[in-house]
Design a protein. Sequence first.
Length: 282
Amino acid sequence: MPTSAVVDKNYLENPDLELFLREHAENKVLLHDFSAIESLAGNPLKNLCRTLSIVSKFPGQVLILKNSRTLLAMGAIRPEFRFDMVDWPQTRTFGEYCEDLRKAEAGDESRRKQVAAHAHAANDHLEKMLTIVPLMTELIGRLAATTDREVLEARRKGGIAMPVKGGAKLLDEAFDIASAIAERGNAARIPAQVDEAAQHYVFRFALALRLFALRWAEAGSDIRQAKHETLRNDFVDLMYITCATYWDDFLTSEKKMASIYSETTFLVNELLTQLPDGTSSS
């Protein structure tokens, strides 16, 4: 059966990705815009060519996702309409884009200038993200400090299963975070019913963020000691995870993020259905 999987930037260079694409002609990889943004740091042309070296061989099996701002504004994204998340103009021209990169690598000056311009914009975006890290650090620290002991004990025993009550509280907290983001005008407003809100990109991002905070609570570490650049990169990974919850899989080499993805999909697809009337326990 074919699989459509979101791939993070680092896994794009994993040889297993080529095996995945060769395994079934209908297997698809979905690229988030941060795949390119992260690749454009450092030596942009060299890094971008290396990042896309595998998928450029299979342009017909690559789908480019819309950027995060657009996905946040979409509102509910139901399973039967998940292909609305795809940026079809970019997807259709992906093969041409890879060919342009090859020409730039071969010395085409006009295409090299285009890559340099994209790199400048990407670095500006990454720098701007650093300005919200203190706010996110404060939020994660607060969430970690208020995590129920019951949930922490379940997590430390291993596996992704957790008590229904504790999981429901995580869903409630994700709802509050998502509502706050939406109220700031950064996302479509979410409905009051949690099962309906769970179809919104902003809710799933908030849930992944809450589970990220759970990791810090479990470790007992002080997030304020973490480097801002590291946390920014973690937030980027949470966006990959958010997109992946709408698709069949998330391909990553990072165990921590793979675990957050598994728990996010578990809470949205399984635990949420166990709650009365599709709502949280509150």
